[in-house]
Design a protein around this ligand. Structure first.
Ligand SMILES: Cc1cc2nc3c(=O)[nH]c(=O)nc-3n(C[C@H](O)[C@H](O)[C@H](O)COP(=O)(O)O)c2cc1C
Length: 304
């Protein structure tokens, strides 16, 4: 069980631990909870769900790529109706607060999914804005106005906190983050994977059947950390979940210092589904050494 030092506060949300299982890396939580100890986590975010079933892309859709990996799953999911049917009886008994993740191609679609997620009992809705807008094929989270439109639509249909999960693939992250908070987001998740590409030199084929995919893991950390740092610096006090390349307790410390109030673990779970236990141990040791709690650390990066 998490110690008092680990209690975290993400805006109005109290978490027993700052560690959050990132969407898409722990299934719909129940599958993962069967093999992993969920007690080190403050919350686990289920795989993103769309209004209707998405079949996803063909294999290969995962590939190691340098100090990270590429994925091109295509957000395979069963659609909100089937998800609600499966999850409603399970969600309260998994030993960890379950957050839902909504995806869609228009603001109305996101809102419809969010409503379903809440009806199944999720405690928080995270809005996955790293997907293409039906109107122009451009990722929502690259621009402030479509991102805000989606967040406003979701926030107005939900009576639970709403998080905006943004892409790092922009030089306008502070503007997008500001628009999302003004539109009703309770917190920001920074960040999703970044578009990446790889080729197998032997076959000359792209590593993924879909070509470009999402790059995640240790190679992403410096980029996501930059996003957290810039948003926390320009929007002091903004509740942030840091996400990208977290593999160790010290990675968590870096995100806290940069300004994140909680930190999500993603790719680490693919090779090590029980990573949370080890990372919690490493983080606890580091907090004890400093005589600090998690909130003590948030935003305490020391300027040169
Ligand atoms: C296989 C895989 C599937 C993912 N699926 C989703 C998803 O459905 N929704 C989402 O918001 N993020 C998804 N992500 C992104 C992660 O939640 C996370 O934001 C990203 O991988 C960066 O963190 P990491 O470097 O710790 O993995 C996925 C990542 C991976 C590796």
């Amino acid at each position: 069980m998490a110690s008092d030092r680990l209690t975290a506060r993400l805006g109005p949300i109290e978490l027993r631990s700052p560690l959050i299982a990132a969407s898409g890396t722990v299934g719909s939580v129940w599958e993962w909870a069967e093999v992993a100890d969920v007690s080190p986590y403050g919350a686990a975010v289920a795989k993103s769900v769309a209004p209707v079933e998405w079949l996803g892309r063909a294999a290969p859709r995962l590939a190691p790529a340098g100090p990270g990996m590429l994925n091109g799953i295509g957000i395979q999911n069963p659609g909100i109706e089937a998800w609600v049917e499966k999850m409603t009886p399970l969600i309260g008994g998994l030993g960890v607060p379950v957050w839902g993740s909504a995806v869609g191609e228009s603001a109305d679609e996101f809102a419809m999914v969010a409503k379903g997620l809440v009806s199944a009992g999720v405690q928080v809705v995270e809005v996955n804005l790293s997907c293409p807008n039906l109107e122009n094929g451009r990722m929502f989270s690259l621009d402030a106005s479509p991102s805000a439109e989606v967040i406003a639509a979701v926030a107005s249909t939900c009576d639970v906190p709403v998080g905006a999960k943004l892409s790092p693939n922009t030089d306008a992250i502070v503007g997008v983050a500001t628009a999302c908070l003004e539109a009703g987001a309770t917190f920001l998740t920074l960040t999703n994977s970044i578009p990446g590409f790889g080729i197998d030199p032997r076959t000359a084929r792209p590593l993924l059947s879909g070509g470009v995919g999402g790059y995640s893991g240790p190679g992403l950390k410096a980029i996501s950390l930059r996003c957290v740092y810039e948003v926390a610096r320009d929007l002091p006090g903004a509740p942030i979940v840091g996400c990208g390349g977290v593999m160790t307790g010290n990675d968590v410390v870096e995100y806290l210092l940069a300004g994140a109030a909680a930190v999500a673990i993603g790719t680490a779970h693919l090779a090590e589904p029980r990573a949370g236990k080890r990372i919690e141990r490493e983080l606890s040791r580091e907090l004890e050494r400093r005589g600090a709690t998690v909130p003590d650390m948030v935003g305490r990066v020391v300027p040169w």
